[in-house]
Design a protein around this ligand. Structure first.
Ligand SMILES: Cc1ncc(COP(=O)(O)O)c(C=O)c1O
Length: 417
């Protein structure tokens, strides 16, 4: 695929014949727990575009759920992956050293204000959160944690215990990790009420918060909220853990979304966009906090050399202009979405930050129909929260692509309404 500006092209019925054959095989052999909204079977991708196995071309406003920050198959990232694969695929940073892992930890320290920082390497967002949970317990020697209603921190047992966005995530999985209390997102008073009642402040290990709630509906932390949580943590001696798995790595126009609020966390969880699609999740902690003993936490694959090289290439591209592009094109996308939906009584809210934008409509069925109508027109969007559609395109998005996405979205909205 080349990278020149184009329009979607749907040549077959959807799903096309090759896609249908793969879907049938998937049905029998792949876990049905995945949540696929439409039958897209991807063959290849480039920038903000993907082609399916039947040759249909789609404009992608998901970027692999906010993962392909530099676009699909950015040449610099692909080159870094190829070069590393030719010299060393795996060694295990758990037991040995290799320079790319150190380079990435140094780079993350340099890019994260308020250091010095140390980094733990895992393979996913959930693993970054698991690490943060264990580190907070280890560091404070306390057990209780607070997270927020609507939060999504992942699906492994520790992360799942913090998650509180949809019942389906937890149904039949209790008992979870004990000692987790949920407060109301955006309301520091609800944290204070927990601390004044059921939760002794001296036993609070950490507060976990998303700077922008992701799966919960692209809800931006209200001004002052993170600062209030920072003050509560300072007062109680708890760790402030910011989950930037979805909002981080330049997507909101800063490396991390919490930077908009002028606070400093103790621990940061990052994954998704950090390595442009290679599996990598990191837990970044103040150096003075990450002092646990050898063996306390580790991962065989975490921070694999290829993932580290892909991340280093990604971070260079972010610094060389993609973070600025996220801010600029995010404002443009928002402006066009606002204009395109003005006067449409089905649209109740447009919110988000940078290239993390959501359009909320007045019912969940309508949201579902919009997503299907968009797919038919060659636009890939997904839902978030109870009734919002999210836009989380690659940070390489151009003005033409942003405008095209809004035009297609508007058609889908009209057709679905
Ligand atoms: C904020 C946040 N934290 C954690 C996770 C879990 O990440 P993963 O699916 O890589 O385990 C997600 C995934 O959507 C997320 O959005």
């Amino acid at each position: 695929m080349d990278t020149t500006y184009r329009v979607p092209r749907i040549d077959t019925e959807l799903p096309g014949p090759k896609a249908r054959a793969i879907l049938e095989r998937d049905r029998d052999f792949v876990s049905p727990s995945y949540t696929r909204d439409y039958p897209l079977v991807v063959a290849n991708g480039c920038g903000c575009w993907v082609e399916d196995v039947d040759g249909n071309l789609f404009l992608d406003m998901n970027a692999g759920i906010a993962v392909c920050a530099t676009g699909h198959c950015h040449p610099s990232v692909v080159e870094a992956i190829k070069a590393q694969a030719e010299s060393l695929v795996h060694m295990s940073g758990t037991d040995f050293y290799y320079e790319s892992q150190v380079m990435l930890a140094e780079k993350l320290d340099a890019m994260t204000p308020g250091g010095p920082w140390r980094t733990f390497f895992g393979n996913s967002g959930a693993e970054a959160v698991e690490c943060a949970l264990k580190l907070a317990r280890w560091r404070t020697e306390r057990q209780l944690v607070i997270s927020f209603e609507g939060a999504f921190h992942g699906r492994t047992m520790g992360a799942l215990s913090l998650t509180a966005s949809k019942p389906v995530h937890k149904e039949r999985f209790f008992p979870l990790v004990p000692g987790v209390f949920h407060a109301q997102y955006g309301d520091a008073g609800s944290v204070e009420r927990l601390l004044a009642g059921p939760l002794p402040p001296s036993e609070l290990a950490a507060i976990f918060v998303e700077a922008v709630q992701g799966e919960g509906g692209y809800r931006v932390a209200p001004a002052g909220f993170l600062a209030e949580l920072r003050a509560i943590c300072d007062r109680t001696g708890a760790m402030l853990v910011v989950d930037e798995v979805q909002s981080g790595m330049g997507r909101t126009g800063r490396v991390f979304a919490y930077e908009h609020d002028g606070i400093e966390p103790d621990i940061i969880c990052s994954a998704k966009g950090i390595a442009s699609g290679m599996p990598l999740g990191v837990c970044i902690a103040k150096r003075d906090h990450m002092t646990w003993n050898p063996g306390a936490h580790a991962s065989t694959f975490g921070g694999n050399p290829i993932a580290c090289r892909a991340a280093l290439a990604t971070l260079d591209l972010l610094e060389q202009g993609l973070i600025a592009n996220a801010e600029e094109k995010g404002a443009l996308l928002r402006q066009h979405l606002t204009a395109a939906t003005a006067g449409n009584s089905n649209v109740t809210d447009i919110r988000g930050r940078g290239l993390m934008l959501a359009v909320e409509v007045n019912d969940a069925d309508l949201r579902g129909r919009i997503i299907q109508e968009a797919f038919k027109r060659g636009l890939l969007i997904l839902g978030c929260g109870k009734k919002a559609v999210r836009f989380s395109p690659a940070l390489v998005i151009s003005e033409e692509e942003a405008v095209l996405a809004v035009n297609l979205f508007k058609e889908a909205l009209t057709a679905a309404g």
